[in-house]
Write a protein that binds this ligand. Structure first.
Ligand SMILES: Cc1cc2nc3c(=O)[nH]c(=O)nc-3n(C[C@H](O)[C@H](O)[C@H](O)COP(=O)(O)OP(=O)(O)OC[C@H]3O[C@@H](n4cnc5c(N)ncnc54)[C@H](O)[C@@H]3O)c2cc1C
Length: 305
């Protein structure tokens, strides 16, 4: 019997090499749906006893060396449309790159979305992570989202349904986000464009964006936890890493960047195990030396080798 699916099915998909860290294992089975109906068909007809992993652009993810068992879903081109709805609104599919949303906003003279220009990855990942930079985050500009539950039911959420907080989104159901509507403010093209140029320069000057990295390794610590550890409440994760001797620290091919010590980089031959061990070493040091619990911001998925 022929498959009812119209999208791409890839067995043994080398996802580690697709990730921004360029290391880690493969996924047993990757499905890239042709459209929302195809995604729903997949979710309704797949073997529900198999684990399901949702991935985006893999800019915030370490894929462990043993790879991912079960089914993976990734939204690609069919979900990458970005269009202006009217003077202030932009609609984007969750397979679109954040950078393309920012670019469409500039073109339309819509301000407020330019922070997305420097955040690698997809709109789906940005919704799930409540991604943010330079004082703005997704929840500030998101109006609502379309989604499909893991058993194939369609949902529409307004932003308040999603309980978004610092690098965290908590939809009422476990879902795959498929579309989003953002609202900006009216601004002229030149002003928005100049702000994007400034953001790009700032990132280039302060972050190892040309290396194999995954963005901030640890979330900024909670002010209450900092207070309990006797540290100033505005201490950032990079300062904690610095305090425990993390800047430039290496394990195998993994290293905390000299340029921005909350960024972990693959120097060329890192395994996912090297990266994870480096992060765990810093978590242990922060606990032992400062009495502070650091939390991974980077997701780690799959099995150890
Ligand atoms: C150089 C660099 C700089 C960065 N700077 C920033 C920054 O300034 N601010 C910031 O917030 N982040 C930053 N990041 C991290 C990363 O860009 C963001 O977290 C981004 O939102 C991840 O999106 P992604 O599509 O790559 O998600 P992935 O890494 O693939 O996945 C991240 C999470 O999102 C979930 N997910 C992905 N797509 C969907 C979907 N459609 N529906 C439901 N869940 C989904 C996954 O299950 C996973 O839990 C940076 C990363 C790099 C490499």
């Amino acid at each position: 019997m022929s498959s009812p699916l119209r999208g791409e099915v890839i067995e043994n998909a080398p996802l580690g090499q697709q990730s921004w860290f360029r290391c880690g294992g493969s996924a047993d089975f990757l499905f890239k749906p042709a459209d929302q109906d195809d995604l729903i068909t997949f979710l309704k007809t797949r073997d529900q006893t198999m684990p399901l992993t949702v991935i985006g652009g893999l800019a915030n993810t370490i894929i462990r060396d043993g790879g991912i068992r079960g089914h993976c879903v990734q939204l690609g081109k069919p979900f990458a449309e970005v269009k202006r709805l009217d003077d202030l609104y932009i609609e984007a599919g969750c397979g679109a790159l954040n950078g393309n949303v920012a670019a469409a906003a500039v073109k339309a003279g819509i301000g407020g979305l330019e922070f997305l220009s420097g955040i690698p990855g997809s709109v789906g990942g940005a919704l799930r992570m409540n991604a943010g930079a330079y004082g703005s985050e997704v929840k500030d500009v998101l109006i609502g989202a379309r989604a499909v539950s893991l058993i194939g039911e369609e949902y529409r959420f307004v932003v308040d349904d999603l309980k978004m907080s610092y690098r965290h989104t908590e939809p009422p159901e476990d879902v795959i986000f498929t579309g989003a509507i953002f609202k900006g403010v009216a601004e002229d093209y030149e002003t928005v464009k100049a702000r994007i140029t400034e953001i790009k320069k700032k990132r280039n000057d302060t972050q190892p964006i040309k290396e194999k990295t995954g963005g901030s390794t640890f979330a900024n610590p909670d002010p209450k936890a900092l207070r309990l550890a006797g540290l100033p409440e505005d201490t950032r994760a990079w300062q904690v890493v610095e305090k425990v001797g993390g800047r430039g620290l290496r394990i195998g091919g993994a290293q905390m960047s000299e340029k921005h010590c909350n960024f972990m980089v693959n120097n060329g031959d890192a395994t996912a195990a090297d990266l994870e061990m480096l992060g765990d070493t810093l978590i242990r040091r922060a606990q032992e030396d400062l009495g502070l619990t650091l939390h991974w911001e980077i997701k780690r998925i799959g099995e150890k080798a």
